[in-house]
Structures are given as structure tokens and as C-alpha cells.
Ligand binder design. Structure first.
Ligand code: FES
Length: 79
């Protein structure tokens, strides 16, 4: 499983002590790339739970043509 994600930021985001304190001292950072509240997790990762291990996807939040579509599938050739 993998995803193609388009990012337009070109620098880091500082998460300062004040922001952490507002969040109760810890935050969940989005690692799936689908959050609408990036860099924080908003639960959007649940859409990835049924991804096939050998398939690469693109999602609606990243491409408004389709909710999720297959970009590529791995093909394994047998000898
Ligand atoms: S890890 Fe990306 S939305 Fe939760």
C-alpha cells in the first residue's frame, strides 16, 4: 500500500510549546498525508485501512476527479 500525495508547502511547520499546551501537551501528526488539518491527524487515515498492499492510490482530498483511484498495481512475474 502506498499513496501519492501532493504538498504545496516548501518549508517546515514549527509546533511550539504554546500550541502543544493548547493540545494538552501532545499531538498526533498525520503520517498518511490525507488530513484536512495537516500536519495534525484528523482521522482521515481510516480511509486507508482497506488498501491493498501491492497497490498505489490517489485520494479525493488530493485529486478531485475521483474519491480514490488506483494509480499503479505491482505486477509480479513468475519464472
Ligand atoms: S494519520 Fe493522516 S489523518 Fe490520521
Amino acid at each position: 500500500m502506498s499513496r501519492e500525495i501532493t504538498h504545496d508547502a516548501n518549508g517546515p511547520k514549527l509546533i511550539g510549546e504554546d500550541e502543544l499546551e493548547e493540545q494538552g501537551g501532545s499531538v498526533h501528526l498525520c503520517m498518511c498525508g490525507l488530513s484536512n488539518d495537516y500536519p495534525y491527524c484528523d482521522g482521515s487515515h481510516t480511509a486507508t485501512t482497506d488498501e491493498d498492499a501491492d497497490t498505489r492510490y490517489k485520494y479525493e482530498n488530493d485529486d478531485d476527479e475521483n474519491p480514490r483511484h488506483v494509480v499503479a498495481e505491482m505486477v509480479f512475474e513468475e519464472d
